[in-house]
Write a protein that binds this ligand. Structure first.
Ligand SMILES: *Cc1c(COP(=O)(O)O)cnc(C)c1O
Length: 204
């Protein structure tokens, strides 16, 4: 039961962004009715379908996956948060097509295995460059920990992002933590945890 899945999560005051990519519109509707209003999708076509199906609900849509520049115009005015801003090229497309301010997390690459995200070396410059963009409001940083059982490695990744955030502005948000590592992320100060499989157990 979705309600039992939800009950086992203690977000400790942080925002749960439900990764709804695993399920269809009617499952999302059920989750919404349990009080989860923030939904995160990572595929453009699937998102557009669910968006159309659920216009009667007051969902706050987050785009949490890599966003190709040629897809920006299709999604940008349907979302409130983008968790994966990682290039000037993408920022330029957002500036061109958004007709409102988009709240964006800069995605930082924390490991070799992931191709998405900007490196720490480039992140401060990127953050400063984005101040020129009227349609982009940088609200924080996002990262994904490597897929490992080593809690110290995961903690190191999340603490690095927290310390980097603190060096810029401790009021900025931290989007980090997924089903397997959200408790560590919360210990490290996550403000937004992106949860999928743990919430949808039994539903797909
Ligand atoms: C799918 C996804 C999640 C959630 O993953 P789970 O391990 O199922 O909780 C979080 N963030 C991103 C970017 C995702 O694509």
């Amino acid at each position: 039961m979705l309600i039992d899945n939800l009950k086992q999560i203690d977000p400790k005051g942080s925002t749960i962004v439900c990764a709804s990519k695993y399920v269809g519109s009617e499952s999302i509707r059920k989750m919404y009715n349990l009080g989860i209003k923030n939904m995160g999708e990572n595929r453009v076509q699937a998102f557009l379908k669910k968006y159309d199906d659920l216009t009667d609900l007051d969902i706050t849509w987050h785009f949490i996956g890599h966003l190709q520049t040629n897809k920006v115009k299709d999604v940008i005015n349907k979302i409130e948060y983008l968790h994966s801003l990682d290039s000037i090229k993408l920022a330029n497309e957002i500036e061109k097509y958004a007709n409102k301010e988009i709240k964006c997390f800069i995605e930082i690459n924390s490991g070799e295995e992931s191709k998405s995200g900007i490196s720490y070396d480039e992140a401060l410059n990127f953050f400063n460059e984005l101040k020129k963009y009227d349609k982009i409001k940088v609200v924080g940083f996002m990262t994904m920990a490597p897929n490992t059982d080593d809690k110290d490695v995961i903690k190191g990744v999340f603490m690095r992002l927290k310390n980097f955030r603190d060096s810029i502005d401790s009021n900025l948000y931290l989007s980090m933590g997924m089903s397997n590592d959200y408790e560590i992320a919360l210990e490290c100060g996550a403000t937004h945890i992106r949860l999928g499989s743990i919430l949808w157990k039994g539903e797909y």
